[in-house]
Design a protein around this ligand. Structure first.
Ligand code: GAL
Length: 510
């Protein structure tokens, strides 16, 4: 079957001409990403097609990229090795669209973006967003590079290497909050306050969201969604068959009692988790930390939990230890979405996961309220964790005008209302077209509006400095294996103390 390309004049035969080539061509001779997925109109090109028709492209091999990033971190200088941060702009006047467009020569009709949306629901959502872009800009080919690895645990490391090498794509998936700070600090991002103004975004995005994409008074990213991390997904048929009323599962004790009931009925592993990417462990513990109360969570993200005998920290770890007693033994071989699939099929009753899981239920054609349901993770009713995906305008990209066009679509009502209903998230805009969202998201939107407290996820990049967050993932992963509460508590507070200087945001959560 032939490949369709949205770039005017591009055909399968001439895709290799320089104007259609990947902007990273020529980088790091001899190294190649094997798992590179190029997509045209949603079709993934085969390895052969990539090599023959498009790529002949030499970029960092992911393993190599991760290695480079790790080496830099290991050198104790943080991952940004750039010696002199670029000066911050003192005014946005020089960054207006007019200035940008007149200064930049005509660019190839190409937009290259990176993201980690590779599960069924995730891919459906990003393709819907790209479709909106394609409709608006039919002459621009969108080259998606989806890098498998939930929560970006593979892509984030690879991206650092690309950015450091001066090979940033035109935009890449990034979480709001701390995750963008190292890029900002080292001058790798352009401010986009003028774009926010042109698009009128400040009037339609909640201030809590806006604050998380600002650095030094300017906007540096455009949020595409708001995900909720503190969600238990359950198989309704399984709970009904065992006489478990999900409305009663408001404490972890009640949750564990329900698990005991299921175990007694023959479901040996009622809770599913897939931690082939270790972030999923930290994700669950994080919701237990939130369940200890908003004061404690605020201390947690402000780097103030510094005692290994802090009763709430110890209690959260004890709760997680108990939780681990109910999980599937093959957890380390599964991805997050494979674990969610266990609930979809009824092999498991429960899965704690962010609401990107809803996209998987939708792809599987399951009906909310009939086949599956959700509850806030015990102890977090009235609390809304925040996981916010964004795109930004890296400095010096190959297609700066197309990057801005992409950001315009990312922030638009039309773009968000195409993306989010499939993604499971709610729109980052307050003027979303509610008719486009299904029952789970209608409930989430109501919960968001009524939330007493919101809290930024650490696991998903926003709440704490990276110097802490990456260590925390490893510590929690080790805990899953050794279940040593005291060792984990000690390691976590040591990591907090070691990162003390990096806690530059003071969160006020209540
Ligand atoms: C989160 C991201 C979501 C979803 C999830 C699993 O970090 O914000 O959009 O993709 O990872 O991959």
């Amino acid at each position: 079957m032939g490949l369709a390309c949205t770039t005017r004049g591009a055909t399968e035969e001439n895709l290799n001409e320089s104007k259609f080539r990947c902007p990273h061509q020529g980088m790091r001779k001899g190294l190649r990403i094997e798992a590179f997925n190029y997509r045209f109109e949603g079709k993934i090109l085969s390895k052969e097609q990539k090599e023959q028709k498009i790529t002949r492209r030499q970029v960092l091999k992911y393993a190599g990229a991760v290695g480079v990033a790790a080496a830099v971190v290991g050198a104790g200088v943080g991952w940004i090795a750039k010696p002199t941060p670029a000066p911050l702009p003192t005014t946005t006047a020089t960054m207006t669209a007019t200035a940008t467009t007149t200064a930049v020569p005509a660019e190839a009709p190409v937009l290259e973006i990176y993201h980690w949306w590779t599960s069924g629901g995730e891919a459906a959502a990003i393709n819907a967003l790209v479709k909106v872009f394609n409709q608006k800009y039919p002459d621009i080919a969108v080259l998606q590079t989806p890098v498998a690895g939930g929560a970006g645990y593979v892509m984030k490391a690879a991206m650092k290497s690309l950015v450091l090498a001066g090979e940033a794509p035109d935009a890449f998936q990034m979480h709001a909050g701390y995750e963008g700070k190292p890029y900002f600090d080292a001058g790798y991002l352009d401010p986009i306050t003028d774009l926010w103004t042109q698009q009128g975004l400040a009037a339609v995005m909640p201030s809590v969201v806006q604050d998380m994409v600002k650095f030094g008074g300017n906007y540096y990213a455009v949020p595409v969604n708001i995900h909720r991390p503190n969600v238990v997904w359950y198989n309704k048929t399984v709970l009904d068959a065992n006489g478990i009323d999900p409305a009663t599962l408001t404490s972890w004790d009640a949750f564990f009692a329900a698990c005991d009931k299921l175990v007694a009925a023959g479901k040996a592993h009622p809770v599913s988790i897939g931690d082939s990417g270790a972030w999923t462990d930290e994700h669950v513990l994080e919701q237990m930390i939130a369940g200890e109360g908003i004061d404690f969570y605020e201390n947690w993200v402000n780097g103030k939990v510094t005692s290994a005998t802090d009763p709430k920290l110890v209690h959260a770890l004890e709760t997680f230890k108990k939780y681990l007693g109910y999980i599937n033994p093959d957890h380390s071989t599964l991805t997050w979405d494979q674990a969610t699939a266990r609930v979809i099929t009824g092999d498991a009753a429960f899965n704690v996961m962010g609401d990107w899981a809803n996209g998987e239920f939708l792809v599987a054609k399951k009906v909310y309220g009939k086949d599956y349901g959700t509850l806030a993770t015990p102890g977090t009713a009235g609390m809304y964790g925040l996981v916010i995906d964004c795109f930004q305008h890296p400095k010096g990209v190959k297609h700066p005008q197309n990057s801005r066009k992409w950001l315009g679509v990312v922030g638009s009502k039309e773009g968000q209302d195409a993306f989010n209903p499939l993604k499971g998230s709610i729109s980052a805009r307050t003027d979303a077209d509610m008719t486009k969202y299904g029952p789970y998201q209608a409930a989430a939107i109501a919960d968001f509006k009524a939330a007493k407290y919101m809290y930024p996820s650490v696991t998903h990049g926003s709440g704490a400095p990276e110097s802490f967050a990456t260590k925390a993932t490893d510590i929690v992963s080790a805990f899953v294996a050794n279940k040593d509460v005291s060792a984990a508590a000690t390691a976590l507070v040591n990591a907090t103390t070691a990162a003390a200087a990096d806690y530059t945001t003071v969160w006020k959560l209540h």
